[in-house]
Design a protein around this ligand. Sequence first.
Ligand SMILES: [Zn+2]
Length: 150
Amino acid sequence: MIRLSAGDMAVIADAAEAAFPFECCGLLVGRGQRVIEVTRLVPAPNLLAGCAPDRFELDPRVRFATERALRGTAERLVGHWHSHPNGSPLPSPTDLEQAWEPEMIWLIAAVAPLPDGRPQTIQILAHRLDREGRRVRPVTIHQTDRSRSG
Ligand SMILES: [Zn+2]
């Protein structure tokens, strides 16, 4: 289970809609083992935005900088989020191919256009991906009221 604040959920939904028809992405920083509390979001450029509507490549410089900043603190990198402009909150075959780290949380925001064409985030789900076993395990999201901690 992960604990994620309503404010952070809204930030992800807004970013997913703003990036439509491309994918947005970012890092999840948190703490805890069995129950992971997401304490902070780190938005990151999608290096493939503008090139491919169905994949993302999180800027590795943001990841390195984030991990460096977290070294020696109580927080760590617990996962990442990205959006699916095709309306599916489930990992794509490409996602599974790129799932090198089985401990990472994959948060996926599904976006679909409203009848008037405006994009709307319709669902956010969390998963753990096991590339070797080609398995996707759902992770429950417990939404908390904690306001955004910045
Ligand atoms: Zn994906």
